[in-house]
Design a protein around this ligand. Sequence first.
Ligand SMILES: NC(=O)C1=CN([C@@H]2O[C@H](COP(=O)(O)OP(=O)(O)OC[C@H]3O[C@@H](n4cnc5c(N)ncnc54)[C@H](O)[C@@H]3O)[C@@H](O)[C@H]2O)C=CC1
Ligand SMILES: O=C(O)[C@H]1O[C@H](OP(=O)(O)OP(=O)(O)OC[C@H]2O[C@@H](n3ccc(=O)[nH]c3=O)[C@H](O)[C@@H]2O)[C@H](O)[C@@H](O)[C@@H]1O
Length: 462
Amino acid sequence: MNITIVGTGYVGLVSGACIADLGNHVVCLDIDQSKIDLLNAGGVPIYETGLREVIERNVDTGRLVFTSDTQQAIEHADLIFIAVGTPADEDGSADLQYVLSAARSIGRWMKHFTVIVEKSTVPVGTCDKIAEAVRAELAVRFPNADQAPGFTIASNPEFLKEGAAVEDFSRPDRIVVGISKDENGQRALAMLRQLYAPFNRNHERTRVMDVRSAEFTKYAANAMLATRISFMNELANLADHVGVDIELVRQGIGSDPRIGYSFLYAGTGYGGSCFPKDVRALIRTAEEHGRELKILGAVENVNRDQKRVLVDRIFAHFGSDLRGRTIAVWGLAFKPNTDDMRDAPSRVVVAALLRAGARVVAHDPVAAEEARRVLALDLHDVPAALQQFDIVGKPMDALRGADALVIVTEWKAYRSPNWGALKREMQQAIIFDGRNLYDPHLMQSEGIAYHGIGRAAAEGSP
Ligand SMILES: NC(=O)C1=CN([C@@H]2O[C@H](COP(=O)(O)OP(=O)(O)OC[C@H]3O[C@@H](n4cnc5c(N)ncnc54)[C@H](O)[C@@H]3O)[C@@H](O)[C@H]2O)C=CC1
Ligand SMILES: O=C(O)[C@H]1O[C@H](OP(=O)(O)OP(=O)(O)OC[C@H]2O[C@@H](n3ccc(=O)[nH]c3=O)[C@H](O)[C@@H]2O)[C@H](O)[C@@H](O)[C@@H]1O
């Protein structure tokens, strides 16, 4: 099949590379010329396990092409995926300017019947707006509407996780397809079934529905996962006051198949490019219809406060004036195996420590460069604080002379440090663990003061 992906970000690039890997001819289009130049020079703009290999083997066979030439990209395709960003607007709603601009480009250049597949996460009703935008462009080119090429819009939201994106895309739990009831909808469904058949032989994973329900399903999924996390974080904070170990509670409730183990880890709050913005966008959709989503409002508030929990504990321990203190931070990316810093809890933690006068020495296996960039923006009002911020190349180097270690992201490299070396490097052996990486009993026997999230019952003083 000839396929074009509009938007070559996390979703577009992974989808494009994986779809080419199935034997299709894929053009990845982006308006960001520097991204296209980098890809054409053999670079990969994001860190994602296994992605480079998939890109390389498909570029080599000529099945995967990167371009900023909109006309060429749109004319190439029978099936066009829209995978551009839908960031939060100032009021929290999804900003659709990139999606609608992509739609206009399609209308401007499409030559034959085209199935337009909306993959970006978009509010209910957006596919109708895409159709309007395409139609408006076609009307300019074809004053006689009968002569215009036909099209249909399908919704096919993406559920991949960063850090495991190639694996998730290639082994989806479900493929949600929203189509119109008419003949063109059936045509779109047939093409999408054919496209995904290599990892969905009998279509058993396909959930076919109307377009609006498909659009909504994506928000419902992210909102449910975010809710589980905030729920556990709220219980973890209570656990600390009532002598309960939240980790035991997680295991105790997760064993009920109706609850399950996934997404029950208490921590420093959820971040990333999607949960925060999608929860807000769903709240906004409700407001636009005169309704209030009370649960999601609470989910968001709990998460905002949770990003401060580590900072509050550090202040409770050292006081809120951290001048003269050195704090080591392990992990900056919003989760392991990615360099994505969008809405990362580390931004709240590092900025608060620097504002309180601390020297912060951080480590992250891949997000260092991106972290420097975003923290410079976050701290633009206190440029002097940035001079107190260092990122080092090895986890142990961050500990030299530190008064405390703060763990924000659970990279594998942090799971079993050499405790003797850690104690030798640090001024004081204190760990504030925002991801509950370590066994509090082990910490006690190592003589390390340890503060996890919701683990007070297991902690005790060394
Ligand atoms: N990042 C993730 O893990 C997931 C993201 N999503 C959703 O997928 C969508 C895309 O997200 P990301 O890939 O993270 O975004 P991103 O920001 O990494 O990439 C978007 C790309 O689209 C390009 N673009 C913008 N307007 C364009 C246009 N008119 N023509 C061509 N290219 C254009 C941008 O230059 C950028 O490279 C969002 O709606 C997001 O909510 C869904 C599932 C997972
Ligand atoms: O729409 C999206 O973009 C994607 O959003 C999430 O994927 P992602 O943001 O890449 O990462 P997650 O693994 O879901 O983690 C999100 C945040 O929740 C936190 N988290 C996750 C799980 C948990 O138990 N506790 C917890 O605090 C993580 O640390 C991270 O900050 C969803 O998991 C994907 O299914 C979805 O496609």
